[in-house]
Ligand binder design. Structure first.
Ligand SMILES: NC(=O)c1ccc[n+]([C@@H]2O[C@H](COP(=O)([O-])OP(=O)(O)OC[C@H]3O[C@@H](n4cnc5c(N)ncnc54)[C@H](OP(=O)(O)O)[C@@H]3O)[C@@H](O)[C@H]2O)c1
Length: 289
């Protein structure tokens, strides 16, 4: 059986890898892709871009007629009415599976204070889950973000210091291509009636801060002065309104961004559908050289 999939949002990080997955690896399971965008409507091959206005919900219901699954890739911020409008429209249009714009840190059962972005995501997830079959993709940090910015784990090229919480803290990252593939795979499994959890956790790679530092040092030839920070103390400084990147640095550096165990085997059994991105070899080393 093949399905019609809609993607909301066209120019963020995720639409492209999700479209690529739907039209390549899963081309035999996806018969049509509709992208909802605030831009002009257009056709690109077998992808149809449909202009929508999130203040006109009835038109969104019409755009979703016949759609089996809706994947929301719209950013989450202070103003999130489009997310609720999409959820309501999906319910009215009898969409069977909804993927909220989650795509981030594993905060389920978290023992840290939520940033307001996570509180919003949680509310949007709960809003959707009470109305429609909802499958969220928990990817941890986008791998493409971390490779060029070692500062996110405390490595500072200007001061030649590595201010870290210890070398043994693990963290997971997911590459955009793997997130696109996993999202479409999870959607198809759910539409096929397979047992898919409400939060599908994935990770392209999991490594320790110490491994990241030693790989970075060996590729760049630099040597960093390691300063060990107090993980417990800094976790207590996490606040809902603090700078998001500083918040993420503490989360990742203290091991709170770990996606193991995960559902990699569910979405890509034995790597039979695609090869997971090798974080260091494919994304880091080419950038660091
Ligand atoms: N884990 C990570 O490291 C990480 C990193 C970045 C983002 N994320 C997550 O990934 C998801 C997508 O983030 P993003 O930065 O790619 O999103 P984005 O660029 O803010 O939005 C993606 C698309 O959604 C549409 N859109 C944006 N704001 C909208 C609004 N207010 N109302 C209606 N449509 C709107 C736009 O498409 P059109 O113009 O075509 O309508 C836009 O191109 C979010 O959940 C975000 O938290 C995770």
């Amino acid at each position: 059986m093949s399905y019609k999939i809609a993607i909301a949002g066209s120019k963020g990080f995720l639409a492209k890898p999700i479209i690529a997955a739907a039209t390549r690896i899963f081309a035999d399971r996806v018969n049509s892709v509709v992208v909802l965008t605030r831009d002009e409507s257009k056709e690109e091959g077998n992808i149809s871009y449909t202009q929508v206005d999130y203040s006109k919900p009835d038109a969104i219901v019409s755009a979703l007629k016949g759609v089996d699954a809706l994947i929301n890739t719209i950013g989450v911020g202070q103003e999130n009415s489009a997310h609720r409008t999409l959820t309501d429209a999906a319910v009215k249009a009898n969409v069977k599976v909804y993927v909220p714009s989650e795509f981030g840190t594993n905060y389920i059962n978290a023992d840290f204070t939520f940033h307001h972005v996570f509180s919003e995501k949680k509310k949007l997830f709960e809003y959707a889950q009470s109305r429609i079959r909802t499958v969220a993709i928990v990817s941890s940090m986008f791998a493409e973000f971390l490779a060029p910015v070692p500062k996110l784990v405390g490595i500072n090229d200007e001061t030649m210091t590595a201010q870290i919480y210890g070398k043994d803290y693990p963290l997971s990252v997911s590459a955009l291509a793997d997130i696109g593939n996993s999202t479409v795979s999870a959607v198809i499994l759910a539409l096929d009636g397979k047992d898919v959890p409400s939060h599908v956790k994935i990770a392209s790679s999991t490594f320790t801060v110490g491994e990241f530092l030693s790989r970075y040092e060996s590729v760049t030839g630099k040597k960093f002065d390691v300063q060990i920070l107090d993980a417990k103390k800094d976790r207590e400084t996490l606040e809902p309104t603090m700078d998001f990147m500083e918040y993420i640095r503490i989360l990742m550096g203290t091991g709170a961004s770990l996606n193991v165990p995960n559902h990699n085997e569910l979405v890509n059994p034995g790597e039979s559908l695609w090869k997971w991105t090798d974080y260091f070899e494919e994304l880091c080393i080419p950038k660091w050289k």
